[in-house]
Design a protein around this ligand. Sequence first.
Ligand code: ADP
Ligand code: MG
Length: 485
Amino acid sequence: MNRVRMYIDGDFVESSSDAWFPVYDPSTEEIIAEVPDGNPADVDRAARAARAAFDKGPWPQTTAQDRGRLLFKLAECIRQQAAELAELESRNCGKPIVEAEYDVNDTATCFEYYGGLATKVLGSVNPVPDNALSLTLKEPVGVAGQIIPWNYPLAMAAWKLAPALAAGCTCVLKPAEQTPLSILQLAKSFEEIGFPKGVINIVTGFGEGAGSPIVAHPLVDKIAFTGSSAVGKLILRSAADSIKRVTLELGGKSPNIFFADADFDAAIDGALFGIFVNQGEVCSAGSRILIEKSIYSKFVDAMAAKAKTIKLGPPLDRSTKMGPLVSKEQYERVRSYQEIGKGEAKLVSGGGRPQSFAKGYYVEPTIFADVDNNARIAREEVFGPVATLIPFEGESEAIRIANDTPYGLAAAVWSRDIFRALRVVKAVRAGVVWVNHMQPTYVEAPWGGYKQSGFGRELGPGGIDEYLETKQVHINLNEQPIGWY
Ligand code: ADP
Ligand code: MG
C-alpha cells in the first residue's frame, strides 16, 4: 500500500497511534493511498512545533524580504511539478484534469501574490495631539490553525498558507480527509526551499480527531476555516473558550440572476458554468438560477438541452467536462437531493446516475425548473451539480428572491442595462458579485461572505490582515517629568 506520511516539525511521520485511513480515486472507487489518522496527540505535537518555530529559531528573525523570497521559491517549485500535481489533484478529487491544471496555476499565483505582498505590510503614524509619536505596527498573529475542504485542495491550502507565511505566522494545516495527497506531495519540498522546521505543519485526519483539537489547542492563536456551515458553527463555539481569532468561509446558495435583455447564448453558458464547473462542488456555485418570466420557458428549454451535452468522463481525459463527485458520502448526499427535488419541482434534465459508468461517483448534471424559493433544494446547500430554476417578474422581485436565503457568499447578474445591473449589484447582500459572468476568482481581489456564509476575507491585499495583530506604540518626546504629582 502507498502510505503517505503527514508532515510535522520538518519530518514525515505516522500518527502516534499508527492508525491509517484510505484515500480514494472517486472515478474507480479504488484506494490509492493511506494517510495517518491524526489524533489530538499529533495535533499537540504540530501545535508545539509551530509555537516553537514562531517564538524562537530562525523564523522570527526572517525579514519580510526573506519570507517573500521563500514564497516565490515555493511558487516556482509548484510550477516545476505542475503536471504531476495536477494529475494527483485530478485523480484524488475526480475533477477534470484541465480544471486541475488551472487550480495548480492559481495555487502558484497565490504564493507569488503574497510573496510580493510580504514587503508591503505597512504600519502608520497616528496624529495624536501631544508632543509624542504614535505608531501603529503590524505583527503576525502567531500560530494559525487552518482547516480546509476537499473541492480545491491545493488552492485552498494556498489561500490559507500564503498570507499567513507572508505575515510571519507559523501554520498547522489540516487538509480534508478525502483529499490530502497534493499538499503532502508539495510538503516534500518545504525543507529544500528553506522553510525552517515547524513553520508549516500538515496534519492529516478527520474533523473530530484532528480538526477539532486544532481549534481547541491553547497554543494556536487563530483559526481559518473553509467548509460547511454546520462545522463552522462548531468551530465558532469551540474557539470561544480561548478567544481565538476566527475567519470562516462557509456555504452558499448563490443566486445567478438573468434579465431578458442579457445576451441569450452567453446567459445559457453562464448559467451552466456557474453551477456545473467542478461538478458543482463549489461554495459559490450559482445554484439558484433566477430567470425573468418573459424569457423563462425558452431559457429552461435551452439550458436543459445543453446540459444533456455536457461530457461526463474520467477525470484524466482531457475532453471531460464533469468528473465523478469526490466521495461516496458526497455522491449519496447529491443523489438524495436529486430525489428530494423530484418531489418539490419539475425535473428537466438529469436527475440520477449516468448509465454509462459501472463504477465511480458520477451523477448527471441535474436541473429542476419551476422551483419555489422555499423548497429544500432552493434553501439547502447541495454542493453538487443540482440547479434550481426560479422565475421572477421584474427587478424588485429578483432582488427579493436573491436575498431570501440565510447565505450571502456570491451572486451574479446578467443584463445589458448597466443601470439595472448596478442597482442589483448594490441591492444584493453577498460578498462577491459578478456582472455578466459567474465564478472567475482572482487572488488580487477579496473573497468571502455576508450573512451565514461567514466572515473575514481571504485573497487581495486585505487577506494578509487576517493574520496580523495591530500594536499601538506611544513614544513620549517630552524630556520633562510628567508633572502630575
Ligand atoms: P463536508 O461536509 O463537505 O465534509 P466539512 O465542513 O465537514 O465539509 O469539512 C471541511 C473541513 O472541516 C474538513 O477538513 C473536515 O475534516 C473538517 N472538519 C469536520 N468536522 C470538524 C470539526 N468538528 N472541527 C474541525 N474541523 C472539522
Ligand atoms: Mg465532513
